[in-house]
Design a protein around this ligand. Structure first.
Ligand code: PGA
Length: 253
C-alpha cells in the first residue's frame, strides 16, 4: 500500500489579501485536474477567510499556520481551533521551527496545540527537525525523537490518524540547502520506526511524513522517490503558482 502523497504550501508571513486571491485563482486553474495527490495551502490569517471562499468547490485544502489551545477568551492576538474550523480549514501547521525559534514554542506548548486542534476536528501537520548545530553534534535523531515524544504526549491511536509529520531540518529551511534524498529518507525511516514503537505497525505504515526545507520543482521528484517520503511542506516555492504547481505535479516529471 502506498500512502496518498500530500503537498502543502506554507506561505508564512507573505501575501496581502489581494495577492493571496491572485495566487489562489492561478492555483485553482493550474491544479484543476489533479488527482492522486492531496494539496493544501496555508495563507496568513488575514487571508484565510477570503481564500476559503475562493476555494469553495475546489479540491485544494486550507490550513492555518498556527493556533492557540483555548477555544476563546482573553488571549490577545491569538486564533483558536474553533475559528479555523469555522472557515473550513482542514489542517493546522503546528510546531514549525520558526515558531520554536522566534516565538518560544516548546515541545510542551506544541503538544497542547496539537491536542486542542485534534479535539476540534482539525488535522495537524506536526513539524520536527534539528538545527545545523545539532546535526553537526550528531544528535539529530535524538532531537527528533525528543520532539516526537514531547509533541505527541498523551495522544492516542485514534488522534494520530489525523496527523501528518513534517520533517524539516532547520538548516535546510529557506537556505537553498536541501537535505539529500538519502539524508531525508534516513530520518523519515527513523520517524516511522519510532511511531511503530510508540503506537503500532499499522499506524506507522499509514502515517504520512512530509519533507520540508528548500523543496523546489527540481528536487521534488528525487525526494518523492524515497520509500518513506510521502509529501512536502513547501515554503518559498509555494509563493508562486508555477513553481508550486510543478511541485504538485511531480509524478509527471
Ligand atoms: P522553504 O520553507 O521551502 O522556504 O525552505 C519550508 C518550510 O519552512 O516549511
Amino acid at each position: 500500500m502506498k500512502r496518498l502523497p500530500f503537498i502543502a504550501g506554507n506561505w508564512k508571513m507573505n501575501k496581502t489579501v489581494e495577492e493571496a486571491l491572485d495566487l489562489v485563482r492561478s492555483l485553482k486553474a493550474s491544479l484543476k485536474d489533479i488527482k492522486d495527490v492531496e494539496v493544501a495551502i496555508a495563507p496568513p490569517f488575514t487571508a484565510l477567510h477570503p481564500v476559503s471562499q475562493e476555494l469553495k468547490g475546489s479540491s485544494i485544502h486550507l490550513a492555518g499556520q498556527n493556533l492557540f489551545w483555548e477555544e476563546k477568551g482573553a488571549f490577545t492576538g491569538e486564533i483558536s481551533p474553533v475559528m479555523l474550523k469555522e472557515i473550513n480549514c482542514r489542517y493546522a501547521i503546528i510546531g514549525h521551527s520558526e515558531r520554536r525559534q522566534f516565538f518560544g514554542e516548546t515541545d510542551e506548548t506544541v503538544n497542547r496545540r496539537i491536542r486542542a486542534a485534534l479535539n476540534q476536528g482539525l488535522r495537524v501537520i506536526f513539524c520536527v527537525g534539528e538545527t545545523l548545530q545539532e546535526r553537526e553534534k550528531g544528535i539529530n535523531f535524538l532531537v527528533v525523537e525528543r520532539q516526537i515524544e514531547g509533541g505527541l504526549k498523551d495522544l492516542g491511536e485514534k488522534a494520530i490518524q489525523s496527523l501528518v509529520i513534517a520533517y524539516e531540518p532547520v538548516w535546510a529551511i529557506g537556505t537553498g540547502k536541501t537535505a539529500t534524498p538519502q539524508q531525508a529518507e534516513e530520518v523519515h525511516q527513523f520517524i516511522r520506526q519510532k511511531m511503530r514503537f510508540l503506537y503500532s505497525p499499522k499506524i506507522a505504515e499509514n502515517l504520512r511524513i512530509q519533507y520540508g526545507g528548500s523543496v523546489t520543482p527540481e528536487n521534488i521528484k528525487s525526494l518523492m522517490d524515497q520509500e518513506d517520503i510521502d509529501g512536502a511542506l513547501v515554503g518559498g516555492a509555494s509563493l508562486n503558482a508555477d513553481s508550486f504547481s510543478r511541485i504538485v505535479r511531480f509524478k509527471e516529471m
